[in-house]
Write a protein that binds this ligand. Structure first.
Ligand SMILES: Nc1nc2c(c(=O)[nH]1)N[C@H]1C(S)=C(S)[C@@H](COP(=O)(O)O)O[C@H]1N2
Ligand SMILES: [Mo]
Length: 150
């Protein structure tokens, strides 16, 4: 990445399907938004989507399920990391310590914003990484795959 416009954000969802897959070394499990809503939820108040070269947006109260809860439900195991990617080719790597650590502001797979369902256009399902405040490169919209790495 050589200049500040290299991370311009895609405003358009790749498709209408908000379900995603959890990918293990020898299996793939499909997770729907309905199944995500059935897991224990968490809210993340006052989150900003901030990036140089774009106006920041927020604060938002995101609601969803922590990444740790989703991984424990779909792929219990001693993973080192997870690669979270979207249908438009965006991705971020999360190391296990980031989803295992006890924190008041955990990494979230968000399906609501300000108490309302997150729309597909706004990123459903969206990864929110509260610790990342630089370029929003980890705030992955339209999560399509959670790939667990041994
Ligand atoms: N899937 C996907 N997620 C993405 C991006 C993208 O292009 N595709 N852009 C990132 C960047 S660089 C920014 S600044 C924010 C913009 O978030 P917003 O569309 O909610 O303003 O989304 C982030 N997440
Ligand atoms: Mo960005």
């Amino acid at each position: 990445m050589t200049h500040s416009h290299a991370h311009d954000s895609n405003p358009t969802p790749p498709d209408d399907d908000a379900s995603f897959e959890v990918v293990l070394p020898d299996a793939r499990v499909r997770a729907t938004v309905e199944a995500l809503r059935a897991l224990p939820g968490q809210t993340l108040p006052g989150a900003m989507i901030a990036s140089t070269g774009h106006p920041a947006s927020g604060p938002f109260d995101f609601g969803g399920v922590t990444l740790g809860t989703v991984i424990a439900a779909y792929a219990p195991g001693a993973w080192s990391a997870a690669l979270i990617s979207s249908g438009d080719g965006f991705s971020t790597r999360v190391v296990a310590d980031e989803w295992r650590s006890e924190t008041a502001r955990p990494i979230l797979l968000a399906h609501t914003v300000d108490g309302r369902p997150l729309t597909r256009a706004a990123g459903l399902v969206r990864l929110i990484v509260p610790s990342e405040t630089g370029e929003a490169l980890r705030q992955v919209k339209w999560v399509a795959e959670i790939r667990l790495l041994p």
